[in-house]
Design a protein around this ligand. Structure first.
Ligand code: ADP
Length: 382
């Protein structure tokens, strides 16, 4: 076995996920290198030895990767041609380039689920708006439905819920998938992990409540109180996905539990995810620590919960664009069990993810109560 502390691990991207990955890596004495444009990003503000470059650029990724033993990502929008080339050269790319390519396209992702018998809502693919309008006209597409851009959507951008004819102006003119609108009971997330030897585990299931307009997670609750059989079903599906992808790394799987108790896969992300932030303080091993272990060839950690927790995103307030000011931070930090993470972004704008807070309490109800207090108290203004 290589001495893990000498393995050169490169990360494409230097956002907040990279920052939290870096913070966990330092605990184990693992050194990470980052590729990012400049020193203003959440990670590059604290990790000064980053390499300047664009993770979307073939040459930049190739040059950066050549110096590394293992390459990983903190964002999917990376140049996968260069990653394929690096794999050819014998570099370890986790998650693998083929998995990143599959996940970048929501149409390919959905086809993968169908091919592998993974439950997901029925769908069509459409080339453009005209195609969708024709489908409605000839009765192949029925209201209500959800349109999703095949590529480059995130945090609800690139998703349109079309309930009736009056929503038709929201239809996007882009290659898309058209899904049945699911009668959602709960939205949940399971993070699955697979190490270099093929050993797997999952984190306990969490429940997510979304902001109605911003489409960002408002409240994340850990653990879920869904019936055990539904939780078991969701974990089984999560392991089936990570194994059929052959992915090495961590995979966040967002699922819908319908009002009838059916579990449907919505989408996945092959990297640390917003739905795993609370694992930093709430679980024995965090999602970041787990990824570091996998990259360094170390054993998987215990994913169990230490204490119930709630995670809330700290978002830029509506009507404020400019230099960020954190209002009522002292009152927030005075609240028991509250861990505040500020990402160090200088500029705020409405709904920009500026940080998050994890609230731990012996009982979930208490954590929810305190999270409500933090949510109504801490504001990011200008
Ligand atoms: P993004 O990649 O932008 O996160 P998602 O596919 O997760 O997009 O969709 C964003 C949100 O839209 C989901 O969390 C869910 O609330 C809602 N949504 C997505 N697909 C459906 C669907 N088929 N039926 C009902 N609601 C949906």
């Amino acid at each position: 076995m290589r001495d893990f502390s000498n393995i050169k691990i490169g990360v494409l991207g230097g956002g907040q996920l990279g920052k939290m990955l870096y913070q966990e890596a330092t605990k184990l004495g693992v050194h990470l290198n980052f590729l990012e444009k400049d020193g203003t990003f959440p990670t590059t503000q604290i990790c000064k030895e980053f390499v300047k470059g664009d993770f979307k650029n073939y040459d930049d990724v190739l040059q950066f990767g050549k110096e590394m033993d293992v390459i990983t990502i903190e964002i999917e929008a990376v140049n996968t041609d260069a990653l394929r080339e690096l794999e050819q050269m014998g570099k370890q790319v986790f998650p693998q380039a083929s998995v990143i390519e599959l996940i970048k396209d929501k149409g390919d992702q959905k086809e993968f689920y169908v091919l592998n018998d993974i439950p997901t809502s029925p769908f069509f693919t459409a080339e453009n708006k005209e195609n969708i309008l024709e489908g409605i006209e000839d009765g192949t597409i029925l209201y209500p439905f959800v349109q999703k851009a095949r590529r480059d959507g995130y945090d609800g951008k690139g998703v349109a819920v079309i309930n009736s004819e009056s929503d038709l102006s929201k239809v996007m003119d882009t290659p898309s998938i058209i899904e049945d609108k699911v009668n959602i009971g709960k939205e949940i997330s399971v993070i699955a992990c697979r190490d270099q030897k093929g050993k797997t585990t999952t984190f306990p299931i969490v429940e997510m409540e979304f902001h109605p307009t911003a489409n960002l997670v408002e409240f994340l609750k850990s653990p879920s109180d869904l019936p055990q059989d539904i939780q078991d079903k969701a974990k089984k599906i999560a392991l089936e996905i990570i194994e059929s992808m052959g992915l090495i790394g961590i995979l966040a799987i967002e699922m819908f539990v319908t009002k009838d108790g059916e579990v449907l896969v919505n989408e996945v992300a092959p990297r640390p995810h917003n739905s795993g932030h609370q694992t930093i303080e709430g679980n024995y091993t965090s999602q970041y620590g787990q990824l570091i272990r996998i990259l360094a060839g170390l054993p998987l950690g215990d994913t169990s919960i230490i204490c119930p927790s709630v995670m809330i995103n700290i978002l830029g307030a509506e009507g404020h664009t400019g230099q960020a000011v954190y209002q009522n931070l002292n009152e927030t930090l005075d609240t028991p069990g509250v861990y505040v993470h500020l990402y160090g972004k200088k500029l705020t704008k409405p709904y920009r993810k500026m940080g998050h807070a994890t609230i731990l309490a012996p009982h979930l109800d208490t954590a929810v109560e305190r999270a409500n207090f933090v949510k109504s108290t801490l504001k990011v203004i200008t």
